[in-house]
Ligand binder design. Sequence first.
Ligand SMILES: Cc1ncc(C[n+]2csc(CCOP(=O)(O)OP(=O)(O)O)c2C)c(N)n1
Length: 514
Amino acid sequence: MTGAESLIRTLMTSDVEVCFANPGTTEIYFVMALDRIGGMRSVLGLAETVVAGCADGYARMAEKPAATLLHCGPGFANGIANFHNARRGNTPIVNVVGDHAAYHRPFDPPLTADTEGLARAVSHWVRTSTSAQQVGSDGAAAVQAARTAPGQIATLIVPADVAWSEGSEPAPALPVPARPQVALDAVQTAARTLRSGEPTMLLLSGQVLGEAGLVAAQRIAQATGAMLRTPTQVHRMARGRGRVPVDRVPYSVEAALKVFRELEHLILVCAKPPVGFFAYPGKPSLMVPPDCAMHVLARPEQDGVAALEWLADELGSPRVVKIPEAGPKPGIGSGRFEAEAFAATFAALLPENAVVVEDGVTSGRALFPPTFNAAPHDWIQITGGAIGHGFPCATGAAVACPDRKVVCLQADGAGMYSLQALWTQARENLDVVNVVFANRVYLILYAELHGAGQSPGPASNNLFNLSRPRLDWVGLAKGMGVEAVSVETLDGFADVFRAACGRRGPFLIEFRIS
Ligand SMILES: Cc1ncc(C[n+]2csc(CCOP(=O)(O)OP(=O)(O)O)c2C)c(N)n1
């Protein structure tokens, strides 16, 4: 058996079922192995940023890693922005990166690069296999690393001669370590803080944004009056009617400071301390006031759900919670695009059990509160701020959840980074409705400029305006085999979105905002 074959068999034994790939010559041995072995689903992405985003979206929904197959240092490098987003979201991914045979590298062929160095920039675990005999156990170790809480990026570099050499054997799956439990002391400190009656907030992230964690957090809120928030970007959150509505920390520094202004205690539950997305002259980095005490109930890799349940029990909170009312039932708007009216319209029409992937940038800011009252759904956001996450992430989520409607909310500027994902959606016949907010500007950058007290000049207009030439999203989608329609009003959107959700397969709606 070749090294490539034993690695594929090892990955399959370790429950890796899908490989998002963009192969080259050094990965041909893996492609040959995939041909021979069968059973591993391979999905082609036409750029590595698509491959990386697909692997992210897949694992967020499947709750287990996919593999990627990438070509040498430069191929991996093309995926780095979306691997960064995945890393910031604690998504498990197993990267297999082909590379030159060790004996060939000294001749300095064109694709020679610091593959390990590039991998290290965004991976928690990096290894280069040195022999066909070893590559199976390397693969098993990579999956184990990826699945270690809270979820890691594991990158295995496989030189071509390791992949093609015979005499290899698959390795058995390695055990996945359980999430560590929090210490009694952490629970008791949090309980004491909450009993003090001083203004306290729980900041919830990662694993605890599933239904069980949110219910446990609500038990604590009910018993003590503690406030609840999520970070500005959620990795994946259970939302909609019947789910505990927890709002995000706002993006703008002023609005975020207001949220924390009166706070005396912040309890972190699998969350990091809240910081501004960027530094601004004269504004603080940390969003909580300097005299607010921060406590850690659970670190991101710990069992935050069990910790919240333990804390709720400690506080004597009943196990049944009353889910707070999430406001009036959303209604369908009319007229031109307006962020809040769009959010209400979207909430009114979102199908039951949908997966929403949001990379909506400025147009997506108002979406969170109105959609608490939508049908139950999961919501995924771009966790690392590297735009161009939406289309690929939605594509991967749809591979993971063939029975659920995936809706991708994508800003147009961000969408242009990775629009090739639409082609993968068409080829795999994935059930995704893509909504593009076509405002034809980098609106957020205009807002930042205004925030700095400046008016746009010729250079800013040249760098922030996308209307020359005008991007034609319907044409772009059709060119990649995805049906598409453009709309200009909220009522027009409602009609098309309803119809798109009533059919299967990829679809794109260009919402012409300007
Ligand atoms: C990988 C990456 N490159 C560049 C940026 C900087 N950036 C942030 S937002 C933005 C433009 C966003 O424009 P668009 O997606 O059209 O959203 P809008 O604000 O118009 O809604 C850019 C270029 C980034 N965040 N990530």
